[in-house]
Design a protein around this ligand. Structure first.
Ligand code: GLU
Length: 442
């Protein structure tokens, strides 16, 4: 069996950390099993779906390294839904209903008042052809419900939540099609999962009750249900998914200088029994994904943790991986010297300017002048090809008797204009002899 997973966002906004987490898990699972990871654009809601979001979803997935192996979109599959709907109708598994929202709300209140579960009473199932015709003559258009089989207990072994059981008599027959002919998500999704050969549905636990109905839809469509993994939801570090976090688009993270590998590494592991680690390469994440290691408690997303993870990933990236984002002329040596100091790749440009100039000398304390003069003198003569920082500081130490911070700090300041930064032994050869002498001379 080839594993097939799908990520099914609605193009009503940008991807955010909550839905990307689902994409990450679907992608990892497919990769682990040599399977296929499909993108399904759930755009049945034509009023809220926008083409620019479809393009943004594709671009964000590509940037994250989660490019799908195939893509479908629900708006192009109306003929399939019609055909399968006609079969369900012929089999009596969908039926027309005529209640208005107000009538349904009243029924619900009455049942609750009687201490009954507020499920749909199936009154429309009892209508005869003449009664339906009379309602339609009044101008009422039917909406359609899927008839749950009350004699078939609903059960599945969830890869995250374990054995799940639902009593179908305690569920309302779900509405699958509106009076205007448009589809609700629940039935097209099941039809698509059958048609696309989806073997594993990985999604948030907010879909568990949809799954209960869909398990019966798969059977009614003549298919074996896929395996399900319903993951606990994502919350912010303060314990709930704040508005801000819910809206925290992948584009905003990219603009903030976060590396895509950090997003994948964090979202792959938070809420699981496995530690979050700075993997620049997804191979260990692919090897280790295991839904039985996912917790039932909400996964906590912490932006500060993401930023720290991103920095640790940057510290491992090769020059080739970032070359197109570096300033002109910054080669592998420059990257190697500056990389350990970065929190974002964009900061490399700032350090590269410090290396190449133009350079504004910082104010020099009178007491440091002899030290800088000694260093400038040494800088003119030492072997620059070997280890100029070691030679320079050695000569300056011998000339002034200074050591430790009193030696290193004024030199760093004079050479870079900063009191901290990358290792001077790596930076000084890049600054070069001529510029170093000029900076030390002030
Ligand atoms: N479009 C649905 C959503 O975004 C898909 C859910 C699913 O994975 O089936 O919630």
């Amino acid at each position: 069996m080839t594993v097939v997973t799908r990520f099914a966002p609605s193009p009503t906004g940008r991807l955010h950390v909550g839905n990307v987490r689902t994409a990450v898990h679907n992608w990892l699972w497919a990769r682990k099993h040599g399977g296929r990871f499909l993108l399904r654009i759930d755009d049945t809601d034509t009023a809220r779906s926008e083409e620019r979001f479809v393009a943004a979803i594709r671009a964000d997935l590509a940037w994250l390294g989660l490019a799908p192996d195939g893509e479908t979109r629900q708006s192009a599959r109306g003929a399939l839904y019609e055909a399968r709907f006609a079969e369900l109708r012929a089999a009596g598994r969908v039926y027309p209903c005529y209640e208005t929202p107000q009538e349904l709300e009243l029924k619900r209140k009455i049942r609750l008042g009687r201490g009954l579960p507020p499920v749909y009473d199936r009154a429309a199932l009892a209508l005869g052809a003449a009664e339906r015709a009379a309602l339609e003559a009044e101008g009422r258009q039917p909406h359609w419900r899927f008839r749950l089989d009350h004699d078939a207990p609903i059960a599945w072994d969830d890869m995250v939540r374990g054995p799940q059981h639902f009593d179908p008599t305690l569920l309302s027959d779900p509405v699958v099609r509106r009076a205007d002919g448009s589809w609700l998500y629940i039935l097209p999704s099941a039809i698509d999962d059958v048609d696309m050969g989806v073997t594993h549905v990985v999604r948030g636990e907010d879909h568990v009750s949809n799954t209960a109905a869909q398990v019966q839809m798969f059977a009614a469509l003549g298919a074996t249900p896929p395996a399900f993994a319903h993951e606990a939801l994502l919350v912010g570090s303060e314990g709930k998914l704040s508005k801000r976090l819910g809206a925290l688009g992948i584009d905003a993270l990219r603009d903030a200088g976060i590396e895509p590998q950090a997003i994948v590494a964090l979202l792959a592991r938070i809420g699981t029994a496995d530690p979050v680690e700075p993997f620049a390469d997804p191979a260990p994440l692919i090897a280790s994904i295991d839904f039985s290691r996912f917790g039932r408690a909400p996964a906590r997303f912490d932006e500060a943790e993401l930023a720290a993870l991103s920095a640790r990933i940057i510290h491992q990236l090769d020059h080739a991986a970032v070359a197109d984002r570096l300033p002109e002329g910054m080669g592998a040596e420059g990257w190697a010297a500056i990389r350990p100091n970065l929190r974002s790749v964009a900061e490399a440009a700032e350090w590269w300017r410090i290396v190449t100039g133009p350079f504004t000398p910082p104010p020099v304390a009178e007491a440091d002048r002899p030290l800088l003069a000694a260093a400038a003198k040494a800088a003119r003569t030492i072997d620059w090809a070997a280890d100029p920082w070691h030679a320079l500081t050695g000569a300056a130490k011998a000339a002034t008797g200074r050591g430790g911070k009193a030696l290193f700090l004024p030199l760093r300041l004079a050479l870079t204009g900063r009191d901290k930064g990358p290792d001077m032994a790596a930076l000084l050869p890049l600054i070069g002899r001529e510029a170093a002498v000029a900076r030390l001379e002030g």
